[in-house]
Ligand binder design. Structure first.
Ligand SMILES: NC(=O)c1ccc[n+]([C@@H]2O[C@H](COP(=O)([O-])OP(=O)(O)OC[C@H]3O[C@@H](n4cnc5c(N)ncnc54)[C@H](O)[C@@H]3O)[C@@H](O)[C@H]2O)c1
Ligand SMILES: [Zn+2]
Length: 365
């Protein structure tokens, strides 16, 4: 049973929801889902790694809910499944098992499952309620909160999707125990990002607790995940659909990151590893533009290195990286937009940076 639970409210008026965070919470999933999205029929969507580990425990937690029927649908784990072909199979399976407008979808998995299940929920019979039960650190602190759901196209990541908020998010920190080390550390890059963009005190806290964080200490995890969810919730409430520029701060490091991912064909780096490198590039660019002091970059680099994330961009074709940046869906009229720090805890959105200027930031002088 849960020792201590934190709760973060995403205060989106009629689409408001709670995020519960704690150790052992999967056992309470039935109760949680019964409160925020009561139904007679639930479809659990998961993947081939997560389903065998946690789907039974999730289903057992519904045992006390009388006449609730659960079906579990699973697809092959990995980013390669996040496409419209797999989505069509999910839609057809949902039809076969008799899902209808009174069904509730439960996403059980990492960001791929969350994005797929969320998009299935947003679209099947024009929209079903859904609940997120994330199982990776990246999904805990980022993808399960905020309502962005969707799939990739061959020509572009996350190109088809919707804003579709969940009815609730249940984060059981115990589920992270089986996450491979590399995936876990990649999630920590997004954690560090929150400190840089919004919260100096949180960044300093992270600097002081690298060892327990790497040991996946439950109390530290609850603290860290809660703070990240709180920060993300505030940003999402201020700019739910990325219209005013407030939500753009979450893209810190991501213009460089996406170019790295594209040029290396998504094979060389996990997303969080590319975020680690991307944040350092953005910080160097901010230095070059006279917006930030060098020690701000050094502090980020030290923390990322202590966590075991990459801090040096390997030798790659600079022109190919620039070309990839110019193709980014957030680029406008050949000028680049970056989220750049002024200090630890604050960033600005800076428009009109020339590609040549950006190119200098890949490698330190
Ligand atoms: N919607 C958003 O706002 C948003 C934000 C950030 C990222 N994303 C998306 O999230 C996806 C990446 O998410 P991810 O990093 O969680 O990847 P993922 O879902 O592919 O999970 C990574 C791997 O870990 C496995 N796994 C998951 N939980 C596990 C556990 N507890 N134990 C053992 N193995 C486990 C998965 O099966 C998978 O093989 C990308 O598609 C990205 O576009 C979405
Ligand atoms: Zn990211």
């Amino acid at each position: 049973m849960a020792s201590q639970t934190s709760c973060v409210r995403v205060a989106l008026s009629d689409r408001a929801y709670d995020i519960q965070i704690g150790a052992g919470l999967l056992a309470t999933a039935g109760e949680f889902v019964g409160c925020c999205a009561a139904a007679k029929h639930y479809v659990v969507i998961t993947d081939g790694n997560v389903g065998p580990r946690f789907a039974d425990a999730l289903c057992e937690s519904f045992a006390s809910l009388e006449d609730a029927r659960l079906d579990v649908l699973s697809f092959t784990a990995g980013e390669a499944s996040k496409n419209i072909g797999s989505m069509q199979r999910l839609w057809e399976q949902m039809l076969e098992i008799g899902a209808d407008r009174s069904t509730v979808v439960i996403a059980l998995g990492g960001g791929v499952v969350g994005d797929m299940a969320g998009f299935a929920a947003a679209t099947f019979t024009r929209g079903l309620p859904f609940v997120q039960i994330p199982t990776t650190l990246l999904a805990d602190v980022d993808s399960s909160v905020g309502g962005k759901v969707g799939v990739n196209l061959p020509g572009g990541k996350n190109m088809v999707g919707a804003f579709w908020q969940p009815q609730g998010v249940l984060i059981d920190t115990d589920l992270l125990a089986s996450l491979p080390d590399r995936e876990y550390k990649a999630g920590l890059a997004e954690v560090v990002k929150y400190g840089v963009i919004l919260d100096e005190a949180f960044f300093a806290y992270l600097e002081g607790c690298v060892a327990p964080l790497l040991a996946r200490d439950p109390a530290v995890l609850r603290q860290v995940i809660s703070r990240c969810c709180q920060l993300k919730a505030e940003v999402v409430v201020a700019d739910e659909r990325e219209e005013t520029g407030v939500r753009a701060v979450l893209n810190y490091g991501h213009t460089f990151c996406h170019a790295l991912e594209t040029v290396t064909e998504y094979r060389r780096f996990l997303h969080g590893e590319a975020v680690s490198l991307g944040m350092l590039c953005a910080s160097r660019l901010a230095e070059d533009l006279g917006r930030v002091e060098r020690r701000v970059t050094a502090r980020q680099s030290d923390l990322l290195q202590a966590i075991g994330l990459p801090i040096e961009v390997p030798k790659l074709d600079g022109d190919a990286l620039t070309a990839a940046m110019l193709k980014d869906k957030k680029t406008r009229h050949g000028k680049l937009r970056f989220v750049l720090p002024t200090c630890i805890g604050h960033v600005d959105v800076v428009d009109g940076v020339s590609p040549d200027r950006a190119k200098k930031a890949w490698w330190p002088k």
